[in-house]
Design a protein around this ligand. Sequence first.
Ligand code: G6P
Length: 498
Amino acid sequence: MQDLASEKLTTEEGVRASPVKKPTATKFDFMVVSNRLPVDRISDDGDEKDGWRRSPGGLVTALAPMMTKSDGAWVGWHGAPDETVRPFSHEGMDLVPVQLSSHEVELYYEGFSNATIWPLYHDVIAPPEFHRTWWDSYRSVNKKFADAVIRHAADGATVWVQDYQLQLVPRLLREARPDLKIGFFNHIPFPPPEIFAQLPWRREIIDGLLGADLLGFQRPSDAGNFMRSARRFLGASVKQQQVHVKGPDGEVTHIARAQAFPISIDVDQIRELAANPDIMERAKQIRRDLGDPKTILLGVDRLDYTKGIGHRLKAFEELLREGSIKVEDATLIQVASPSRERVEQYRLLREEIEGTVGHINGTYDTIQNTAVRYLHHSYPVEEMVALYLAADVMLVTALRDGMNLVAKEYVTARSDDDGALVLSEFAGAADQLKQAFLINPHDIDGLKSAILRAVNLPPKEARRRMKLMRKQILDHDVDYWSAAFLAALEEKVVRDDS
Ligand code: G6P
């Protein structure tokens, strides 16, 4: 069998001779494709184990067993522009890196993915930009990802494409390899057709997605939005959850189904960490370090304009101003992990949030007490769980969010069934966590009163709510999600002509 790692590489700059295990096969029966590979570089010289660490997050945890057990491989970008990394294997997972030039990173990733699609799909909270050069790059990079799959997929393989960066891949795969079973999962919202209509390439995107046999969305409303756009912009006939996809001659070529599969988290990992004595002690230490306040409130987000961090700070400041919350009694810890820092809107947001935090702390801090402890860092999962255990009230105030896994992690970590969750109705998690204090983050008065109710929640009522939310998540972890999607993908489809 030909060895993947010995393939001739076309790009010469920075070819990296990985000191890692070579992949085991050249053709795979199960392939996952995502913009990023599920590993992060930890050293440049390869002296720390093999130089890579598995990325945190539920998606990798859910799919890793399938990668290692079956003949599976993961296709994705390795995160270093202009660098060629050969296929390799890490912790039993075969990884096929896609190379991106810095120009492609700028146009395809920072541009079309994160300054066109991302804001467009999140209710145009920031104005999307439409540039033809970005679109051209998105198309050619999607082709690169599809080509990597086409080269390595075994006959009849199952391919699962992930997220908004790769919406053209399903169609490219179907055209080149009609033998494949193709799934797509959109981790972010899908907008209503009235907003999607703005996209100059709306027909191409819908057509790209309709290459899949099964399209998974976070919420039923996202699947509904997609089907309405398929009907409106491509004239597709939609029956129940089926889209009958027509070829150029008007004949139905295949059926694409669109359904909701709400993603979840690695419940076992979070529960184990929450029961670990060192982490429990760390949670107590965090509380002591803050001067033992009566109440710790917590926000944990990527520093992204969709997360409603400004709305949260505004509500908190007003509560301090009115004296309903006192700086001696309560601290808000806001973890804002750095994200997409070369994209203009993200730079502006950082300035705005840091200005607001400085203003609040300058006004309300005392020598001993801090109103907002702002942390512009990423933390390992162990520290995150310690923060969840330390926090009496978790604030998730997203203006729009596909799911929001932080809300699910907080609830899972609260094994004593205490604590309270304030959750935006605009986050997908609101469909599952119905006993949270559900809020509209634009309604600052409503948000303030929900925060106060959460801060003053009687323990019995807190337990009632938390128990129900924990049961929901414990019964629906990320393995449940991936198994449900893959089972639906394998189902034989009966055409609905009713
Ligand atoms: C969201 C998207 C993911 C993305 C992640 C981090 O969760 O759905 O596809 O990977 O944000 O963003 P980044 O641009 O750093 O990959």
